[in-house]
Design a binder for this molecule. Structure first.
Ligand code: NDP
Length: 261
């Protein structure tokens, strides 16, 4: 993992769950990033307290307010990040923020469908648009050959539940229709980004973190999720370390396996 050196990283939805653990792992690397942007919706709220405690001990962690459904908030975060980076680019953008409210074919409402789409798809689209100039700058400023998270990358945290081919294996256990549709769209967004940003040398990959014991992962009252946050994020860090051209425009699991769209 020592070769996996990311100069700067931004993680959305980093006040809890997988996002918070990603921040902790980047801090704990033997060669940590110079800047770690940890974004959350409400940095002053009680739900950001653990992140604030972490940031207070690590001057390379910068907390930025970012609401994924609010373009003004995203643009403001991008401006602040640009100022903090002082002329260097952003190496790695991790679109992690997401929601999964209960939703079946019978219960799904227009409001539910649109609001989940807004957070899980429009959010990553807008965040990527706002940070693209900084990602391009990182790619241009790097002397590394090929594609990697160390050079310049967009990682969209998706799920196997958005895989159309895999749906028969999981549908009856986790119907969550609005979430499935939104993550299928996020997978398409990842593919589109991979087509558009290939020429810029920016790696674009969707990652499936497994079924993880977070608030979002706790949807079944009687069954515990497969993975601890620790196990999932250990896998994600190892996978990100190894991502290259062959993972460009691909959905990859926390174990490093390519999953079908
Ligand atoms: P959590 O519910 O623990 O955390 C979700 C995070 O997203 C929180 O920080 C939350 O902030 C943030 N968030 C939600 N809506 C917005 C928004 N509109 N703007 C900004 N931030 C927002 O979930 P996980 O950590 O489990 O999920 C992280 C990602 O992993 C998601 O994209 C999810 O789809 C994906 N995933 C998770 C799986 C699992 O089993 N847990 C399985 C497959 C994929 P706040 O505290 O303000 O609500």
């Amino acid at each position: 993992m020592a070769a996996f050196h990311v100069r700067s990283v931004l993680v959305t939805g980093s006040n809890r769950g997988i996002g918070l653990e990603l921040i902790k792992r980047f801090i704990g690397k033997p060669n940590p990033p110079e800047v770690i942007f940890a974004t959350c919706r409400d940095p002053e709220g009680a739900r950001a307290q653990e992140l604030k405690n972490v940031a207070s001990k690590h001057p390379n962690v910068v907390i930025l307010q970012l609401e994924a459904t609010d373009s003004a908030s995203i643009k403001s975060a991008a401006k602040k990040a640009e100022a903090r980076l002082g002329g260097t680019g952003l190496s790695l953008l991790i679109n992690n923020a997401g929601v999964m409210p209960p939703s079946t074919l019978e219960s799904a409402s227009p409001e539910d469908m649109l609001s989940v789409y807004n957070t899980n798809v429009v959010g990553p689209l807008l965040v990527t648009q706002a940070f693209l100039p900084l990602l391009k700058k990182a790619a241009q400023g790097s002397n590394q050959k090929g594609m990697s998270c160390s050079k310049a990358a967009i990682v969209n945290i998706s799920t196997v539940l958005g895989s159309i081919e895999k749906t028969p294996e999981t549908f009856s256990f986790v119907p969550v229709v609005s979430y499935r549709c939104s993550k299928a769209a996020l997978n398409m967004l990842t593919k589109c980004q991979s087509m558009a940003y290939k020429q810029d040398g920016i790696l674009c990959t969707a990652l499936h973190p497994g079924w993880v014991r977070t608030e979002l992962g706790h949807f079944h009252p009687n069954v515990q999720a497969d993975l601890t946050v620790d196990e999932s994020v250990s896998g994600l860090m190892m996978v990100m370390c190894d991502l290259s051209e062959k993972h460009h425009g691909v959905l990859v699991s926390w174990e490093g396996n390519t999953l079908p769209w």
